[in-house]
Design a protein around this ligand. Structure first.
Ligand code: 3HC
Length: 287
């Protein structure tokens, strides 16, 4: 049975979740943005209150659309309240498998039976989460890119448990948000984009770690020779060095190959808490 998606809940108001929530609200969906941290919710709401008027001032959004989007978006600390009437949940919490499993167990209990449960994880496939629920056919990956308000691509990944209609609903939802979704017919570590990106990141880190060139010069070369919008170190600062660390650790746990461990530069930044823009310092200093 196909249900029209009208209400979406985004769980996690962090780097990705707060922007995914705004995308949903702008697409005309009643949206709950849920987080356990009051600070994170406050930050997300402040961002929305600044972002929408800026779009209006830039002439990219009508005042009426901004007003309606704001009215459609609720920031909540109660999972129960936020997902009670949701047709579709997008999980965007920290990349910790146990946390996600526990959350999927709770979502399964709290959501209506028809609700689709999608994870925005960068690397955990949904078959790790589907068995935690009584609705595996309604579970899939829906992976957005940072900054989610800007990047058009969304990867929808079908697991062996995912129903065709579930993948279609996720694709349709992404289209409704003005995205250009791509469908992966089977699960694979890193999906499409992070597999390709990994080759670039690994090479950039190798060149930095072996002292061949500075982060600034590697970035400059990638921007000015390859035409990428930003270099790999600027991008890691944007997406979060903590995420780069966890992605590599997860890869290493899977393969056991020491070559897959996070690079020394990433470990150093991770341990120092210099995780990029969100911490004010990463490969670059953001004051
Ligand atoms: N949030 C919301 N909007 C933003 C933004 C942000 N953080 N940063 C920039 N924008 C918007 C601006 O408002 C502007 O919008 P407009 O053109 O409609 O007015 C537009 O993006 C362009 O911004 P700027 O002119 O300030 O800057 P740039 O032209 O340099 O663009 C960028 C910034 C969009 C971030 C661009 O540099 C870019 O595309 N970088 C590559 C990003 C990328 O590769 N993302 C994928 C990362 S991998 C990932 O997310 C997967 C995960 O699993 C790790």
């Amino acid at each position: 049975m196909t249900v029209e998606i009208k209400r979406v809940a985004v769980v996690g108001a962090g780097n990705m979740g707060h922007q995914i929530s705004i995308c949903c609200a702008l697409a005309g969906l009643e949206t709950s943005c849920i987080d356990v941290s009051p600070e994170q919710l406050q930050k997300a709401e402040s961002f929305m209150k600044k972002y929408l008027p800026e779009r209006v001032a830039k002439g990219k959004l009508s005042e009426e659309s901004a007003r309606q989007a704001e009215a459609r978006l609720r920031f909540l600390d109660s999972l129960e309240e936020g997902v009670r009437e949701a047709d579709f949940v997008i999980e965007a919490v920290t990349e910790k498998l146990d946390l996600k499993k526990e959350l999927f167990r709770r979502l399964d209990q709290l959501c209506p039976p028809h609700t689709i449960l999608a994870t925005n994880s960068s690397f955990f496939v949904s078959s790790l989460l589907a068995p935690e629920t009584g609705r595996p056919a309604l579970v899939c990956n829906m992976h957005f890119f940072n900054p989610a308000l800007v990047m058009k691509c969304v990867e929808v990944v079908k697991g062996p448990h995912t129903a065709e209609e579930t993948a279609k609903a996720a694709m349709d939802l992404a289209l409704k948000m003005g995205k250009k979704p791509v469908l992966l017919h089977k699960e694979i570590y890193g999906f499409l984009v992070n597999r390709i990106l990994r080759r670039i990141m690994d090479e950039a880190l190798f060149l930095l770690d072996t002292g061949v060139a500075s982060a600034e010069d590697i970035d400059s070369a990638v921007v000015n020779a390859l035409g990428h919008p930003m270099g790999p170190f600027t991008l890691m600062d944007l997406t979060g060095i903590d995420l780069s660390y966890h992605i590599a650790m997860e890869r290493y746990r899977e393969t056991g190959d020491p070559a897959d461990k996070p690079s020394p530069a990433v470990v150093e930044k991770y341990v120092r808490g210099e995780w990029g823009r969100k911490k004010g310092r990463g490969f670059y200093n953001y004051g």
